[in-house]
Design a protein around this ligand. Structure first.
Ligand code: TRP
Length: 373
């Protein structure tokens, strides 16, 4: 047996890319849950915007993954609008439409076939040890693990490997899934020949942003989110209602900065570090009221959101644009996935298996049936 190649970020580790030297690729994405908020920005969008200069970027709208915990007709009916909102928010945040391939997972059936072929390369106990899957089952109120949810990382591996991605930027909750994809890629290459680059995990190593309630992380379902699409007035209203140091009954009582979400947001979004440092000093000394600290925060967030709003307005002025991007991106993705699937079937010997029947029927049937593409 030959030693297999070490993990690499070099593109073209696979023969598929070997003829035309291509740009390194990344793939990441989300389940279609709707509008994006400041927590998404800090946790993933900022990183995606930064990485797009280096990587050809594929963004999945993972509706098949959504089905593993949410599969009602209503959930499915909401996918289109949620997908549009997510793509528009991503563009508003700074992803360039010309460099980004947005695609709808369920419209790329090749991914499902790739999932099936990969599923022989991972064991049930390996998947059962992944804590995030148990958490997802629990959060969705499932007493027993759905088969599809256990296979969630295998489906994710198929997404990643179908574009032969070199890098996968995800948060902590998805790191274990990317590890499974890496194992599967190595195992496939060792067993059948080098088809896949082993994708690198790119950590979005930022602490998660607390919600306006200061208790939980920012999340749509908890009603503690500030959205990228919120108006300036909505931002001011939400900031005014934010949780802050509860022990502070008056402006002249010294306040606590550490763990105070108002200051966590100042740190995350203000473009004026000098102002933030001064506000913190005065807060600790009991020389500033919460109302003023919050008013400055609302201004800082609104300054941060100004270019986001401008881009959103520009893209929203062309109403068919987002839909067209999703359609063309999905077409592009299908071509990639079809190539990958053909390479996989070829490497595995499945193409040859079926071709042998063609040879034997060609003589009796008066001609060859066209082989599977
Ligand atoms: N699992 C991701 C989530 O938490 C979504 C996703 C599906 C994904 N396929 C992916 C992320 C491939 C990165 C790469 O919603």
């Amino acid at each position: 047996m030959t030693a297999h190649a070490p993990a690499t970020v070099t593109p073209n580790a696979a023969p598929l890319g070997a003829t035309t030297r291509r740009e390194p690729r990344m793939l990441t994405g989300d389940r279609p849950t709707g509008r994006l908020h400041l927590g998404h920005y800090v946790g993933s969008l900022a990183n995606r915007v930064r990485l797009q200069a280096t990587y050809e970027s594929f963004f999945i709208i993972a509706d098949l993954h959504m089905l593993t915990t949410k599969n009602s007709r209503a959930d499915i009916a909401a996918v289109s609008q949620n997908a549009r909102d997510m793509v528009l928010d991503s563009l508003a945040a700074g992803l360039e439409p010309g460099r980004s391939v947005f695609f709808l997972q369920s419209a790329v059936p090749e991914i499902s076939e790739i999932t099936l072929l990969l599923s022989s390369l991972v064991t049930v106990p390996r998947l059962e040890r992944i804590p995030s899957l148990k958490e997802m089952a629990h959060d969705a109120g499932k007493e027993e693990m759905p088969f599809a949810l256990l296979g969630y990382p295998v489906l994710q591996a198929a997404d990643i490997l179908s574009v032969r991605a070199d890098a996968v930027p995800v948060g902590r909750d998805n790191a274990a899934h990317v590890e499974v994809a890496r194992e599967i890629a190595r195992r496939f290459n060792r067993l059948y020949g080098p088809v896949f680059p082993v994708p690198e995990l790119v950590h979005a190593d930022v602490p998660s942003l607390p919600g306006t309630d200061g208790v939980n992380k920012m999340s749509k379902s908890l009603g503690n989110a500030i959205y990228l699409s919120d108006s300036a007035a909505e931002v001011s209203r939400k900031v005014a209602g934010m949780y802050t140091d509860p022990n502070r009954t008056r402006a002249d009582v010294p306040g606590t900065v550490e763990g105070n979400p108002v200051f966590a947001y100042h740190d995350a979004f203000s473009d004026r570090p000098g102002e933030v440092a001064e506000l913190k000093d005065r807060y600790r000394a009991g020389r500033i009221g919460d109302v003023e600290v919050k008013a400055r925060l609302a201004e800082a967030i609104n300054r941060f959101l100004r270019p986001v709003r401008q881009r959103r307005a520009r893209f929203a002025a062309d109403p068919g644009m987002v839909d067209e991007l999703i359609v063309s991106g999905t077409g592009r993705m299908r071509r990639e996935a079809r190539q990958t699937l053909a390479a996989m079937r070829g490497a595995m010997g499945l193409t040859t298996a079926f071709a042998s029947f063609h040879r034997s029927t060609a003589s009796s049937n008066g001609g060859p049936v066209s082989p599977r593409p």
